[in-house]
Design a protein around this ligand. Structure first.
Ligand SMILES: [Zn+2]
Length: 255
């Protein structure tokens, strides 16, 4: 969907239940920045197709918002199209981690026959592990042709999280620094990371975005809605720090 003049979102891409995952792109006059590649090559083909249709002559570039496979799984597809990929320097994954991801996906299939047939292989067909070509270690600005975007490090969910800010249109692509509807995922990090997450929320709040594309869930299209969601995340993280466990850990069932 088109969010603003320059900014687009590709929402609802497939992932393990209950998650769908979002991606997006910002189309400048000369370059299109792809933000995340979905969890597999099929998702990446959809993102690529929309981005190409919007500005067919633009060169593309990918940036991943974090290290988890639902945000980098389509990298190989983009690499096959000759598109360079950048991400935080901590986005370093192994083949065995990727194989474990596919196995975990297969194990979550409810139907035992489909599980035995290992139909996860269909979901991941054509999908290969592809690590970023360029490592990002600090905030930076990218020029897309009559349009700039800022890359802002927003660690917390993982140490590798970053967000993309398009100031003119007031659009923030924040990856899993913020999820909408879904309880934020604190299971992938520890209390020191959660402290950093609070700082990251302060940073994105100061930008006062009018639109936000979260890593998962519906897009936020109103500044008040964005503020409320940021505060919701703060409350959950403070509660987790007080209790010492994440809101979706088994302990949360029997507090
Ligand atoms: Zn995610």
């Amino acid at each position: 969907m088109r969010i603003t003049h320059l900014c687009y979102a590709v929402t609802g891409l497939g992932y393990a239940s209950p998650w769908s995952v979002n991606a997006g792109f910002i189309a400048g006059q000369e370059r299109t920045l792809i933000i995340d590649t979905g969890s597999n090559s099929l998702s990446a083909a959809t993102i690529y197709g929309y981005a190409h249709a919007v500005r067919p002559t633009n060169r593309m570039r990918v940036i991943n918002t974090e290290r988890h496979f639902d945000h980098i799984g389509g990298n190989h597809f983009f690499a096959q199209q000759g598109v360079p990929i950048a991400a935080h320097f901590g986005v370093v994954r192994t083949e065995s981690e990727f194989e474990a991801e596919i196995q975990e996906f297969n194990d979550s299939i409810a139907n035992p026959v489909r599980r035995r047939l290992h139909e996860a292989n269909v979901f991941f067909s054509g999908t290969r592990l592809k690590l970023p070509d360029e490592a990002i270690s600090t905030d930076c600005r990218l020029e897309l042709g009559a349009c700039t975007v800022d890359v802002i490090l927003t660690p917390g969910h993982t140490p590798t999280n970053l967000s993309i800010w398009q100031e003119t249109d007031g659009v923030l692509y924040c990856g899993d620094c913020l999820t909408n509807g879904y309880t934020p995922n604190l299971d992938a990090s520890s209390p020191p990371d959660w402290e950093l997450w609070l700082h990251s929320l302060d940073r994105i709040e100061q930008l006062a975005p009018r639109h936000m594309v979260p890593g998962h869930g519906p897009i936020l299209t109103d500044a008040d809605e964005v503020s409320a969601r940021i505060q919701h995340h703060r409350d959950i993280i403070h509660q987790a720090l007080d209790r010492g466990y994440s809101p979706t850990s088994p302990q949360a069932l029997f507090p």
